[in-house]
Structures are given as C-alpha cells and as structure tokens.
Write a protein that binds this ligand. Structure first.
Ligand code: CP
Length: 308
C-alpha cells in the first residue's frame, strides 16, 4: 500500500512521475471552470476523508476540489468533532475509517499520530502536515519552480528564517530531486540535523549561513515562511521576532540573488514580517502559483496512493 508520509520516504522516480503527471493534469485543465471534472476521472466511486486537527485554507480546499476534479467524493472532518478528539485511539479511528473510505488525508500535530494512522489503516494515508514535515507543500513548490524556470535539479534554494516543518520537507526534496539548499537563519532555529545529514548523504550541498546577504548569492529560489508556526507558543513571539528580523526577505535581498531567481512562500503570510509586501507582490514572486499548484500536485499524490 502506498502511503504518502514524507518525501524522503517516497521513491525518487515516483516523486518525479507525480510532478510530471501534475503538470500534464494542470495543462489539460487550462481555461476550464474550476468545478469542471477532469476528462479522466480515476477517483470515480472513491471516498476520501480529509481530517484536520489544525486550521487550514489551502490544504483543505485544494484536497477537496482535487478529489472532485478526479471524480471522487470527499468529506472534511474536524479532529475536535470526531471521537479522536475525545479519547478514541488513533489505531481504532484508522481501522474504522478504513471500512468507510478509500483514502485518508490527515493534518495533525505529532508525527506519531500520522505514523500510527498509517500503521493501522488498511487504506493509504497522506501527510497533510505535522509539526515535523509538510511534504504536499513541497511537491507543489517543486512543480511551481519547474513550470517557471525548468528542472530544479542542480539549482540553489535558500530557505530563510525558521528551520521548521516546511524547511524539513524542502531538505527531503533537496536529496530526492538533486538540488542544493542553504539555510539562512539563527542557530537556535536550525533545521533538524538528521534531515541535513540525510540530504548531504544523498549528494546535495546543504549549507548553514547566518548572514542572509551571503546566503542568497547565486540563489535560484528564495523561500520565506512565517516566523511563528501553528504549534509554537505565543509566549515565544517577541523573541522569535527579534531573532528573525535580520532574515526578512526584502527587494534588496532578492536583488542579490540570480537575475531569474524566484520568491516563494507557502502562505499564510505575515506581510512585512518574514517578507516585504513589495517582494510578495513583486515580479519574482510566484506565491499564488504555488498555492494553486497544491491542487495539481496533490491530485498526482492521490492517484499514486491509489494506483489509479
Ligand atoms: N500552506 C498551507 O499548508 O496552507 P494552509 O495552512 O492554509 O493549509
């Protein structure tokens, strides 16, 4: 059974095939009203459960629309409204849901919840974000980079700010898709060493740089993310802001990168904190293509999980 739990746990050839298929599916829909089903509807007669234990706009809507475009049906479930949020075990929830639905997507807190869901489900499980990783986002980001600037293999990505769960999946993608990544942020917010080591072992050049001006030299892509993740305590806010202010992506920062460098942010953003509004709305920004591509990339992920 093909769970999509993380990029580093998925075969690189399969990842490449998903990106390519996503692009073909996106091109085939050009100009169609959003609610038009795809010509090919491989999820017909399939039911998909979308479980959210954390807030979401993009993940929720893009999965829901994606299932419908593929001809399937979906149900969006709030973790707090389910018995899962009132003491029922993850294992029992997984076994019960598997009797009703063909595919489960879950956004949760602890990675262990995702892994337990996958262990006990008899249908595929997709990681819609945990505190540790966000693989669907980075599949969309690879698709976005490649549709603008060609193959990502051999390119230099600069991650700015907090070495968080989205950064972790970017590191996984570096190893699997063959690009380099420089982390520009404070030492206290470095990405997990395990993920840095894994990408390096796969041949990617992974650098840790405290000076953002040095980090972005030669960059093909600069990525920013919120300074506070959903699981961070609000009491950390002031300290985070003081630490991360030097890593704001401004037009001056973008100008130090390659001429055709792109800017990405997975959204939601705090404008004029991690990146200026001028950058977010500027000519190098592809943030809304990135958001759209969640839809196309995840459709390919769902097809891969179900083998359809
Ligand atoms: N980028 C992302 O996952 O957005 P949501 O939190 O809105 O789903």
């Amino acid at each position: 059974m093909s769970h999509f739990l993380d990029i580093h746990k998925t075969d690189p050839g399969d990842l490449r095939a998903m990106i390519d298929q996503a692009r073909v599916m996106k091109d085939a829909r050009a100009g169609l009203p959003k609610g038009t089903p795809d010509a090919d509807r491989p999820l017909e007669n399939h039911m998909v459960a979308l479980i959210f234990e954390k807030p979401s706009t993009r993940t929720r809507v893009s999965f829901d629309v994606g299932v419908r475009q593929l001809g399937g049906q979906s149900m969006v479930l709030s973790g707090s409204d389910m018995q899962l949020g009132h003491g029922e075990t993850i294992a029992d929830t997984a076994r019960v849901l598997s009797r009703y639905v063909d595919l489960i997507m879950i956004r949760t807190f602890e990675e262990s919840t995702l892994l337990e869901m996958a262990e006990y489900a008899s249908v595929p499980v997709i990681n819609g974000l945990t505190d540790r990783t966000h693989p669907c986002q980075i599949m969309a980001d690879v698709l976005t980079f490649e549709e603008h600037n060609g193959p990502i293999k051999g390119k230099k990505v600069v991650w700015t700010g907090d070495g968080n769960n989205v950064c972790a999946s970017f590191l996984h993608a570096a190893g699997q898709f063959g690009f380099d990544l420089t982390f520009a942020g404070p030492e206290t917010l470095d990405p997990e060493a395990e993920f840095v080591d894994l990408a390096r072992a796969q041949g990617s050049k992974i650098e840790i740089e405290r000076d953002i001006s040095k980090a972005v030299i030669g960059a093909d892509l600069i990525v920013a993310d919120t300074w506070m993740s959903m699981h961070d305590a609000q009491s950390a806010r002031e300290g985070r802001h003081n630490q991360l202010a030097p890593y704001q992506v401004s037009e001056q920062v973008m100008d130090q990168a390659n001429d055709d460098a792109l800017f990405m942010h997975c959204l939601p953003a705090h404008r004029d904190e991690e990146a200026t509004t001028a950058v977010m709305d500027g000519p190098k920004s592809v943030i809304f293509d990135e958001a759209e591509n969640r839809l196309h990339a995840q459709k390919a992920v769902m097809r891969w999980c179900l083998g359809v």
